[in-house]
Ligand binder design. Structure first.
Ligand code: 6PG
Length: 229
């Protein structure tokens, strides 16, 4: 496992660099698949990507996790990603893969599992880039502390989230860890102590993912990094 930490003065600087970095990764690829995170941290990055020189025809946008709500619901990660990124870029509609399926919560997970297995069939890794956030409890995607670290061989599972959006759909840690690169973006002082624990390898989902992944980059702002040695 190859792991690096990059520090930035603030989230703005991190987001600016991430937009340029991801554009460079895409330019060097024939096909590029990204698992996008929800939450607040990546919103600025998503808003900056449309200004990058990217051929979106070769990009495939997936979700790393979702709340089981329709994409019209304000809690929907798909809604946020369409509003901040997708509607501002010229990407084929078929290259954007939402997780929500009105057929049902578990049916949505089963359907997405099949989509990923078909898309990555025969590949040596899953996503080219898994863009991850970390909650202040150490969760990532919708894998929360106390969840099993593995789900047999499933790539997409259902999990129980916090009260405001309990029904979650998530790529499993094994699926995310099989990405070519896992890039965590973590900002803010509220996450500083948890980040230090995770970087030390304490038992939180973000640490488990980082430990399983082939290549991990931690992009952190100074406030989140203040307890790192
Ligand atoms: C979600 C996200 C989740 C997020 C973390 C960090 O659905 O909420 O996918 O895993 O990355 O909760 O969220 P913030 O970026 O808002 O701190």
């Amino acid at each position: 496992m190859n792991s690096t930490i990059r520090r930035f003065g603030d989230l703005e600087a991190m987001s600016q660099e991430a937009a340029s970095y991801i554009a460079g990764l895409i330019r060097n690829a024939d096909r590029f698949s990204i698992a996008l995170s929800g939450g607040n941290t990546p919103k600025r990055l998503y808003g900056l990507l449309p200004d990058q020189d990217i051929d979106w025809n070769k990009v495939h946008l997936f979700l790393g996790d979702e709340r089981y709500v329709p994409p019209t619901d304000p809690r929907s990660n798909e809604k946020m990603i369409r509003e901040t990124l997708v509607r501002h870029i010229d990407i084929p509609a078929s290259n954007v893969y939402g997780m929500y399926d009105s057929a049902g919560w578990r049916e949505s997970a089963d359907r997405y599992d099949a989509i990923l297995r078909s898309f990555f069939a025969g590949d040596s890794h899953t996503f080219d880039l898994a863009l991850q956030g970390m909650g202040d409890d150490g969760h990532t995607a919708s894998i929360f502390p106390g969840e099993p670290a593995t789900y047999d061989d499933r790539w997409v599972i259902t999990t129980d989230g916090p009260t405001e959006s309990p029904q979650r759909i998530s790529a499993s840690l094994d699926c995310l860890a099989a990405a070519d690169l896992v890039l965590f973006m973590v900002d803010g002082a509220a996450k500083a102590s948890r980040l230090a624990q995770v970087i030390r390898g304490e038992d939180y989902p973000s640490a488990v993912l980082a430990g399983k992944a082939k290549n991990v980059e931690w992009w952190v702002d100074d406030a989140a990094a203040r307890e790192l040695r």
